[in-house]
Ligand binder design. Structure first.
Ligand SMILES: [Zn+2]
Ligand SMILES: [Zn+2]
Length: 627
């Protein structure tokens, strides 16, 4: 795994900026800035300046919101639509009442809409939900570029890219085949009182699928289209959707190149993301950068002025405002000063999402747990999710001579105390990569490999954990041969280190298992809160007795046991696996998609009917919304 984080020029900067990620590297130490509800009486304060932007970023398919175990995050994309519609209406009514106040509101999404919940396993269902969102501009995140079938799906004629048309931006991403961007290089957001030149950049991503090419930002800002965009359009401000950390050095590269072309007083607002934090930075007197959380935990709002050469204020601290709104009903209702934020279109979308999740079986109960486990906790901590995985899950579902090595970023979300739904498990382990194995790797080699993979300790991301985690960690016997397992995504990096230690290692072979299935299998066997889960003590050594006799020999009885176990649990999870394979097996992709589409189309039909009738209701209701 390459770390895409680039060192900053000063130590201070290095300390402040928390992380940059490849697929797995996202920072989870979000700064919680809770809106002070007592001071909010209406949404005017959000419209501090001429141009206001509503932001969602890095939602990673959490469009249905969070589960009952997180009551403080109780909104879904339907509620977000309701909130946006009411804000828009408020802005329009305000300017009718007060002619001097001329405000524009835009709504943007800053990428990473896949990989997070069970909805990611059904692209048709997920994109149909996304396509209901009234976004004015959409940026591409790195997660959209890891899956060739996904790219094929959204770029097909009539796909999601076509659906959104010129709102879908890909300023520095081109299709390898055509050398053309699949989205637009830029768009002018045309409001009633302002025009905003808007770009959509992705960091200099390297590990994308080969059907696209990510152009380096340092180079692409020298190209003619970029200079033309800046010089040959009329606009009042510049908005840069940038899928990168709030103070990524590339933000400065973009800003400097913009400043060279348009001068120092053009307002430039950066909408950043990717590192999953709430953060804000003043970049210069007329520029700011804003990052609004992850997984639908935050609705972001920024406001900034139109270019005005005559202004006497030259202080972005005053000119640019921002707010992080907690994604719950209480906060959004307080902002709007209404009892319910619902609008007909929002309610219809919430219902559509709920129906889709139900059809996919994502609410299916898988059991419950008596305590919470966290991705951020150190391995020895009793609340460590990774500790739970290596000491309880892996020994249970991978008995015998197996050693599983994964990246610390493979587990993406906490497992929270209470009832556990299928979607909660997928959220913990959403990548669902096929597991591969190298046969007959000596324990001594695996221990050495574990050391070499962890020579560098990345303190910017999950600092309490080693970069790679070996399970089971305490039981590897040097003289025993193991099947060394890892996920498909990690093969290149692990293979390189493995061959350096053990040149005899052959090519890794696929198993029938995926990373997500390990968790599902575990909960099939340990589903009740009445049955205590194994203690988080070091894994009991099961190998002592057979170590001498099994060197070099496959353990057939244990393999049979494993097979029986997997067959049993597979029967119970067949619905899930159908959806899972959509992502995993590209040759099955089309066939399964058609089946799923038949189900979803029925639901969509109902939704569309609801939608068209709801428009009338919305119009009828509109006068009374903000009295
Ligand atoms: Zn992300
Ligand atoms: Zn990202």
């Amino acid at each position: 795994m390459n770390f895409h984080y680039q060192s900053f020029i000063s130590l201070f900067f290095t300390l402040v900026v928390v992380s940059v990620c490849g697929r797995r590297k996202t920072n989870t130490t979000s700064t919680t800035i809770v809106t002070n509800l007592t001071t909010i009486h209406n949404p005017n304060y959000l419209f501090a300046q001429d141009i206001t932007i509503l932001v969602v970023t890095d939602v990673h398919s959490w469009v249905g919101g969070h589960g009952p175990n997180e009551p403080h995050l109780n909104i879904n994309y339907g509620h977000v639509v309701s909130f946006y519609e009411r804000l828009l209406q408020h802005a329009q009514q305000q300017q009718q009442q007060q002619q001097q106040q001329q405000k524009d509101l835009f709504f943007v999404m800053n990428g990473d809409w896949i990989d997070g919940t069970g909805l990611s396993f059904d692209l048709t269902a997920l994109t149909q939900i996304l396509q209901q969102m009234p976004w004015d501009a959409i940026n591409v995140g790195n997660h959209e570029l890891y899956h060739a079938p996904l790219l094929e799906f959204i770029t097909q004629p009539g796909g999601m890219i076509d659906w959104f048309g010129n709102k879908y931006l890909s300023s520095n991403i081109v299709l390898t085949k055509t050398q053309q961007t699949f989205g637009q290089r830029y768009v002018i957001l045309q409001g009633n009182h302002s025009a905003v030149l808007t770009f959509g950049f992705l960091y200099n991503m390297k590990d994308h699928v080969d059907t696209v090419l990510v152009q380096e930002i340092e180079a692409v800002v020298q190209e003619a289209w970029f200079l033309d965009a800046l010089h040959n359009n009329t606009y009042d401000a510049i908005l840069v959707l940038a899928h990168m950390h709030v103070q990524d050095p590339l933000v400065q590269v973009l800003l400097q190149n913009i400043r060279e072309q348009v001068g120092t007083t053009m307002p430039v607002q950066f909408i950043t993301g990717h590192t999953h934090i709430r953060d804000y930075a003043i970049l210069d007197e007329w520029s700011a950068s804003f990052e609004a959380g992850r997984y639908l935990d935050t609705i972001g709002v920024v406001s900034f002025p139109k270019a005005n050469q005559n202004t006497t204020t030259k202080n972005a601290t005053q000119l640019f405002t921002h707010h992080f709104l907690d994604a719950n009903h209480e906060t959004l209702s307080a902002v709007l000063d209404v009892d319910s934020i619902d609008t007909p279109k929002g309610v219809a979308l919430s219902q559509f999402i709920a129906t889709t999740r139900e059809e996919l079986g994502l609410n299916q109960g898988m059991g419950c747990i008596n305590q919470s486990y966290y991705t951020t906790s150190a391995l020895g901590d009793s609340a460590s999710l990774w500790g739970f995985f290596i000491n309880a899950v892996v020994p249970s579902v991978l008995p015998g001579k197996h050693a599983l090595m994964l990246d610390k970023g493979d587990l993406r979300y906490d497992l929270l105390k209470g009832n556990v739904r299928l979607d909660d498990i997928i959220a913990v382990s959403p990548f669902n990569d096929t597991l591969y194995y190298w046969k007959d790797i000596p324990g001594s080699v695996i221990l050495q490999l574990n050391e070499s993979m962890n020579v560098q300790h990345d303190t910017s991301f999950l600092p309490l954990l080693p970069s790679y985690i070996l399970a089971p960690s305490e039981t590897i016997v040097p003289s025993t041969l193991y099947e060394l397992m890892t996920s498909e995504f990690e093969i290149p990096s692990i293979r390189e280190a493995l061959v350096a230690i053990f040149p005899n290692a052959l090519e890794a072979k696929p198993t029938d298992l995926t990373a997500t299935q390990l968790w599902l299998n575990y909960f099939r066997e340990h589903s009740s809160c009445g049955i205590p889960h194994p203690e988080l003590t070091p894994h009991k050594d099961e190998h002592t007795e057979s170590n001498q006799t099994q060197a070099g020999e496959p353990d057939s009885s244990q393999e049979d046991q494993m097979r029986l176990l997997f067959v049993g649990v597979a029967m119970g999870t067949i619905l899930v696996l159908g959806a899972i394979h959509i992502r995993q097996r590209s040759h099955q992709f089309t066939k399964l998609r058609v089946t799923r589409e038949a189900v979803i189309l029925d639901a969509r039909h109902e939704f569309s009917e609801e939608d068209s009738s709801s428009k009338h209701r919305m119009e009828e209701e509109s006068e009374g919304l903000f009295v």
